[in-house]
Design a protein around this ligand. Structure first.
Ligand code: AMP
Ligand code: GLY
Length: 424
C-alpha cells in the first residue's frame, strides 16, 4: 500500500523511517517533509493546516491508500472528517475527538466528568474575573489558553505577578488570538512528568512504551519551555503499578468517556502526566504522537507499525499485539541558537553521515532543508539524534557521541537528556 504522512518535523521523519521498514508499504509520500524525509519519501510542499481540498486531490491523483497525520492543527481543523467524507482512508481522531487537545476547557471538563485525576482548575472568559481568582488563591499557579497556541499557551507561574501578566498576555493582548478567549487556571502540580502514548480504535487501548520529554530549553530544566529538547524511553517513573493506574484511571475513562460523549476517539491518544508518590495526574491530553517522544519510542518498537494503524482505523485493535526491545533509547534534540525565541536559518549542517554510521544511532531530521548538495537548518528544532543502548547510560553516551560528530553554526542542545532516568 502507498502511504502519505502529513507534517515535516522529527516526529514525522521517525514515522516515515518506521513505516518504510514495513513490507506492506510501496510508495511513501510526505507533505511537506524535510531534507531527511526526502531521502525515503516523495515530498511535496502544500498547506496542511486549513485547505484540505488540494491534499485530498493529491491523495486521489496518486492512488494513496492511507494518510497519517503528525501535527495537531490539521486534526483540530477537521482533516479526518474531510477525508472520511470523501471515503479516503485516514488515521487520526475526528475534529470533535481532537478537541481533547484543541480545547483545554473541553479536556478539563471531560476529566472532571469522568473522574480522571488532574489539577484542580477554574475556567474564565473574563480577564478581570480570572485575575481576581488568581489574587485570591495565590501562586504558584498555571495559566492556560483554551485553544491551540503552537505549544506556547501554557504558562506555569511561580510568582503572582507573572500569573496576572499571563492573563493579560493571553486574554487582553490576545497573543494567541481566539485561543485566548477563555483560560483554564489550575493548580501547579509538583512531581515528575511522563508521556503515556497509546493507539486506540475507540474501544481497545494499546499503549506504546513510556517516555519522558525535556521541555525547558536549557540544562537543569532552566529557561523557557520549548516543543521538547530531548526524550528517552522507557520512563522508569512509569513502574508497572503506575502503568496500571494510568490505564485504569486515565486512558480507559478518557477513551470510554469520549465514546459516551459521541466523540469516538480513534488514533493516538497522548496523556501528559505528572507523577507524584506513584500517583498520576493528567497535565494535558494530545491527539497525536509526541515530538520528540516518538523519536525515542519508535526505534524501540519491534512490531510492524502499519497493521497497528490499520487496525485502529478498522476497529479491530484487540487482535493486535505490539513488541518493544528492552534496550532504552535516548533522543537529543539539536536546535538553532536562540530557539525557542529568535533564531537564524540556512546554516550548513556537517557530520550527518558520520553520526548516522554509528551503530544503533539514527539522526532524525526536524527543521532541515536541502540547498544544492548541502543539508541546511530550516527551523528551531533541527535534528533529533537518537541512540539505543544496553542501558540508559549507554544510550546517553552513544547519543552524545553522535551529537558531537554533527555541527552547524550556533547549534545548541541540552547536555543532560536522560538525567532523571540515570539518577534512579
Ligand atoms: P503543554 O504545552 O500543555 O504540554 O504544557 C507545557 C508544560 O507546562 C508541561 O509539560 C508541564 O511541564 C507544564 N505544566 C502544564 N500544566 C501544569 C500544571 N498544572 N502544573 C505544573 N506544570 C504544568
Ligand atoms: N513533546 C510534547 C508534545 O509533543 O506535545
Amino acid at each position: 500500500m502507498d502511504i502519505l504522512i502529513i507534517g515535516g518535523g522529527g516526529r514525522e521523519h521517525t514515522l516515515a523511517w518506521k513505516i518504510k521498514q514495513s513490507p506492506l508499504v510501496g510508495k511513501l509520500y510526505c507533505i511537506p517533509g524535510n531534507a531527511g524525509i526526502s531521502e525515503i519519501a516523495i515530498c511535496k510542499k502544500m498547506d496542511v493546516e486549513g485547505d484540505f481540498e488540494p491534499l485530498a486531490q493529491f491523495v486521489v491523483d496518486n492512488n494513496i491508500d492511507l494518510t497519517l497525520i503528525g501535527p495537531e492543527d490539521p486534526l483540530a481543523n477537521g482533516i479526518v472528517d474531510y477525508f472520511e467524507e470523501k471515503k479516503l482512508s485516514i488515521f487520526g481522531p475526528s475534529k470533535a475527538a481532537a478537541e481533547i487537545e484543541g480545547s483545554k476547557v473541553f479536556s478539563k471538563q471531560l476529566m472532571v466528568k469522568y473522574e480522571i485525576p488532574t489539577a484542580k482548575a477554574e475556567i474564565f472568559d473574563d480577564a478581570d474575573e480570572a485575575k481576581a481568582y488568581i489574587e485570591r488563591v495565590g501562586a504558584p499557579i498555571v495559566v492556560k489558553a483554551d485553544g491551540l497556541a503552537k505549544g506556547k499557551g501554557v504558562i506555569p507561574c511561580r510568582e503572582l505577578d507573572k500569573a496576572l501578566k499571563a492573563v493579560d498576555t493571553i486574554m487582553v493582548e490576545k497573543a494567541f488570538g481566539k485561543a485566548g478567549d477563555r483560560v483554564v487556571i489550575e493548580e501547579f502540580l509538583e512531581g515528575e512528568e511522563a508521556s503515556f502514548i497509546a493507539f486506540t480504535d475507540g474501544k481497545t487501548i494499546l499503549p506504546m512504551a513510556s517516555s519522558q520529554d525535556h521541555k525547558p530549553a536549557y540544562d537543569g530544566d532552566e529557561g523557557p519551555n520549548t516543543g521538547g529538547m530531548g526524550a528517552y524511553s522507557p520512563a522508569p517513573v512509569v513502574t508497572d503499578e503506575v502503568h496500571e493506574l494510568i490505564m485504569n484511571q486515565v486512558m480507559e475513562p478518557a477513551v470510554n468517556g469520549m465514546a459516551a460523549e459521541g466523540r469516538l476517539y480513534k488514533g493516538v491518544l497522548y496523556a501528559g502526566l505528572m507523577i507524584a508518590d506513584g500517583k498520576p495526574k493528567v497535565v494535558e491530553f494530545n491527539a497525536r504522537f509526541g515530538d520528540p517522544e516518538t523519536q525515542a519510542v519508535l526505534p524501540r518498537m519491534k512490531s510492524d507499525i502499519v497493521p497497528i494503524i490499520q487496525a485502529c482505523i478498522d476497529g479491530n485493535l484487540s487482535e493486535i499485539q505490539m513488541k518493544y526491545t528492552n534496550k532504552p533509547a535516548v533522543c537529543v534534540v539539536m536546535a538553532s541558537g536562540g530557539y525557542p525565541v529568535k533564531y537564524e536559518k540556512g546554516k550548513v549542517i556537517t557530520g550527518l553521515d558520520e553520526a548516522n554510521a554509528l551503530k544503533d544511532v539514527t539522526v532524525f531530521h526536524a527543521g532541515t532543508a536541502k540547498d544544492d548538495d548541502n543539508v541546511i537548518t530550516n527551523g528551531g528544532r533541527v535534528l533529533g539524534v537518537t541512540a539505543l543502548g544496553d542501558d540508559i547510560k549507554g544510550a546517553i553516551d552513544k547519543a552524545y557521541t553522535a551529537v558531537r560528530k554533527i555541527s552547524f553554526e550556533k547549534a545548541m542542545y541540552r547536555c543532560d537528556i536522560g538525567h532523571r532516568a540515570l539518577n534512579r
